[in-house]
Structure formats: structure tokens, C-alpha cells
Design a protein around this ligand. Structure first.
Ligand SMILES: NC(=O)C1=CN([C@@H]2O[C@H](COP(=O)(O)OP(=O)(O)OC[C@H]3O[C@@H](n4cnc5c(N)ncnc54)[C@H](OP(=O)(O)O)[C@@H]3O)[C@@H](O)[C@H]2O)C=CC1
Ligand SMILES: CCCCCCCCCCCCCCCC(=O)[C@@H](N)CO
Length: 349
């Protein structure tokens, strides 16, 4: 007997997942496929996509007629990404039931060592890939009949009931899931190329959640802490030590565990989903007009955050001062990679 009504039932449904050739996107695809969904996965690399489809198919749901297809496209480029539309036509797909935007990557380093290409790459890869795909598919998700049940004579009570889906039989809700990061609530050294794009995803999600709800589309934003994916291994190669120290409270979890937490959060109907405690705490510290999870507790945490937040930031600032002093001033990327090489050498001896 389920303790709550599942607000994210995917059996027999069709979903699109970007960034699903590896990492979180692939882990989500496997779990959703095992729950009976059919999928179209999108990323750039054809070979990675082919092997991802094979590994997804190994998780077939007993007795379900389902499929997994892929499209290779660089989602930074709107024109080539729009090939998803004729692909849907070819597959005879009218409507998409859920969309996960997982494409993205972090390349943490010192801002003083970043090139403008690094900064542009970060924005394109983390923000534009998300907005392009949502823009391309949203009209295949909205329920254009939903507003027909409203009439000009409706009262404010009727609006309230419709906004909170009270009374009427549960309409079919479709879901857009945007993957941001904990750094959207608190950014720090090393993530100048990455954090702003993740904060932009939060803001983008907040805007379209308001606009799309009357069309029976729920927009969720996921704020993962660290998890051990291929991307996480890559980002740690350039991540400054100071960045690792500050994000230390976000211990990396497995990518499968992360995917499981996200799907559970969607089934509970959360609009904001966190994969570790510190992410939920940091949202509480900057609650504003955001959706809540254990809202009463978050309000008390917001007060605590208002009191100690400034002190925590000053502690980090003093730490950075000492870090640079010990490093002897300006830290170049060469120095960082030499540090890594020395570490590896020490480890091997
Ligand atoms: N790992 C972590 O600790 C955290 C990660 N996140 C976020 O979660 C998401 C998934 O992370 P993770 O699994 O670690 O990432 P990975 O780097 O392991 O995988 C990223 C995926 O995105 C695809 N991708 C990258 N660029 C593009 C592009 N321009 N167009 C289409 N597809 C693209 C890649 O495929 P291909 O190379 O074939 O294009 C790959 O499938 C990312 O948005 C990341 O920022 C958030 C918080 C923590
Ligand atoms: C009392 C409260 C004190 C708060 C102290 C501050 C803690 C900051 C934790 C930040 C965790 C950031 C995880 C980033 C994950 C990510 O997105 C990267 N792996 C890129 O992929």
C-alpha cells in the first residue's frame, strides 16, 4: 500500500532525456525504462549513445511494450537540435510525457585563469542546452484543452481549485525536469564558469513553472550535490583545492542513488528536489518565494541562515586568504596541474 499517491507514474509513458549517454542522464534512463517508460535519449556522441541504448534495454520492464531511441545532437546549437521534431514525427509521437534536461558539465578553475571561451562554453553547455530543448519540445507537452474547462464566469475560488487541482479528476500531468546544482544557492571559488548557468536554470524553471501549470505541465528543478559520474571525475582534475574544501560537506553519492532520489522526489510531487542535506539547507537559507520541502522547518532554518550565513561566508573568505598566502600568491593552472602530478607521484611512491 503506497503511503502517498505517485505523482510521477511513467509506465507506458514516453520521455526525452538529454545528457543520457553517461552519468546521471543514463542512470535516470535505466531506472525509468525499468519502470516501463519508453525513451528518446539525446547527446552529442553517436557511439556513446548506441552503447547507452544497449545498456538501457537490459532494464526492460516485464510485459511492457517499450522502446529506446537516440538522437545525436549538440544541444548548444538550436538548428541541429530541432532534428528532434522530425524524429518524433517518424516515430509517430504526438505528445511527450516527461523531459529531463541533464546535459551539462563543470570545469572548475580559477577565474583569473579562465579564457572567454571557457566562460562561453560554460553558459552554452549548462544553460543554452537546457533552454533550447525545452523550447523545442514544450508545445509537444502542453495540454491545450486544459484551459477549455475554465470559463470567464469562473470565480477566484474556481481559479484556486484549478491552480491546486482540487476537486476535478486528476488531469494527466506532464513533467519538465531541469538539472541545476546546489551552487545555484551558494556559489564559490572555482565555479565562475559553471555556477551562474546553474542559477540561471533555477530562474528559468521558476518562470516557466508559473506559466505552464495551467496547461497541466509541472516544471521541477533538481539541485544535486556531488555524485560520482564520469563528469565528476573530469571536473576533479582541474578543481582548485580551495573549491574541494568548501564543497567538502557535499559527499559524492553514486549516480544510481542520485537518480533514485530524484525519481522519488518527482513521485512525491516536489518542485525543488535535493540529493543531499546541504543542498536543502542552502535552499532554506535563501528561501525567498521558492517552493518548499518541509517548509515549516525551512522557515526556522531561514532565520538561522540569516544569522550565521554572513559569518560562514567570512570564514570562507579568511580561509581563501590563508590558502593564497600559503600558495605564495597568484595560482596558475600549471601550478594546479603540477600539484596534481605531485600528488599522483606521492601516491605512487
Ligand atoms: N556530477 C556532479 O557532481 C553534479 C552534476 N550536476 C549536473 O548534472 C548533470 C549531469 O551531470 P553528470 O552526469 O556528472 O555529467 P557527465 O559529464 O557525466 O555527462 C554529461 C552528459 O551530457 C552530454 N552533453 C554534454 N554536452 C552536451 C551538449 N552540448 N549537447 C548534448 N549533450 C551534451 C554528454 O554526452 P556527450 O559527451 O555525448 O555530448 C553526457 O551524456 C549536469 O548538468 C551537471 O552539471 C549537478 C550537480 C552535481
Ligand atoms: C551551515 C551551512 C554551512 C554551508 C557551508 C557551504 C557548503 C557548500 C556546499 C556546496 C556543495 C556544492 C556541490 C556542487 C555540485 C556540483 O555542481 C559540482 N560537482 C559540479 O558538477
Amino acid at each position: 500500500m503506497a503511503l502517498f499517491s505517485n505523482k510521477f507514474e511513467v509506465k507506458g509513458k514516453l520521455g526525452v532525456i538529454s545528457g543520457a549517454s553517461q552519468g546521471l542522464g543514463l542512470a535516470l534512463a535505466k531506472q525509468l525504462y525499468s519502470q516501463g517508460a519508453s525513451l528518446i535519449i539525446i547527446s552529442r556522441d553517436d557511439n556513446k549513445l548506441k552503447s547507452a541504448c544497449e545498456s538501457i534495454r537490459k532494464n526492460a520492464c516485464e510485459g511492457m511494450k517499450q522502446f529506446v531511441e537516440y538522437m545525436a545532437a549538440d544541444l548548444r546549437d538550436y538548428k541541429s537540435s530541432s532534428a528532434i521534431l522530425p524524429l518524433l514525427g517518424k516515430l509517430g509521437i504526438e505528445k511527450i510525457d516527461f523531459l529531463f534536461c541533464c546535459a551539462g558539465s563543470a570545469h572548475p578553475r580559477y577565474f583569473l585563469n579562465m579564457t572567454h571561451e571557457d566562460l562561453e562554453f560554460g553558459l552554452q553547455t549548462n544553460y543554452i542546452t537546457c533552454v533550447n530543448l525545452v523550447h523545442l519540445l514544450v508545445k509537444r507537452m502542453i495540454d491545450t484543452n486544459a484551459l477549455e474547462s475554465c470559463s470567464k464566469q469562473d470565480s477566484a475560488i474556481d481559479d484556486f481549485k484549478k491552480a491546486f487541482r482540487i476537486g476535478a479528476k486528476e488531469p494527466q500531468i506532464r513533467h519538465i525536469v531541469l538539472v541545476s546544482s546546489v551552487v545555484a544557492f551558494y556559489n564559490f571559488i572555482g565555479y565562475a564558469e559553471y555556477g551562474p548557468s546553474k542559477a540561471a536554470i533555477k530562474s528559468f524553471g521558476d518562470s516557466i513553472r508559473q506559466e505552464l501549470r495551467p496547461y497541466n505541465v509541472d516544471v521541477h528543478v533538481v539541485f544535486p550535490g556531488n555524485f560520482s559520474s564520469e563528469g565528476y571525475a573530469v571536473e576533479n582534475k582541474t578543481k582548485p583545492e580551495a573549491c574541494k574544501v568548501i564543497e567538502g560537506s557535499s559527499k559524492p553519492i553514486s549516480v544510481d542513488k542520485c537518480a533514485g532520489i530524484i525519481i522519488k522526489g518527482l513521485q512525491h510531487g516536489y518542485m525543488y528536489i535535493f540529493t543531499d542535506f546541504i543542498g536543502w539547507v542552502l535552499e532554506s537559507f535563501s528561501l525567498g518565494l521558492d517552493p518548499r520541502q518541509w517548509g515549516i522547518v525551512q522557515v526556522f532554518l531561514a532565520l538561522i541562515g540569516a544569522i550565521i550565513g554572513g559569518i560562514v561566508d567570512q570564514i570562507h573568505q579568511v580561509y581563501i586568504q590563508g590558502y593564497f598566502r600559503k600558495e605564495g600568491g597568484f595560482i596558475t593552472d600549471e601550478k594546479v596541474s603540477k600539484e596534481k602530478a605531485d600528488d599522483t607521484e606521492d601516491a605512487e611512491n
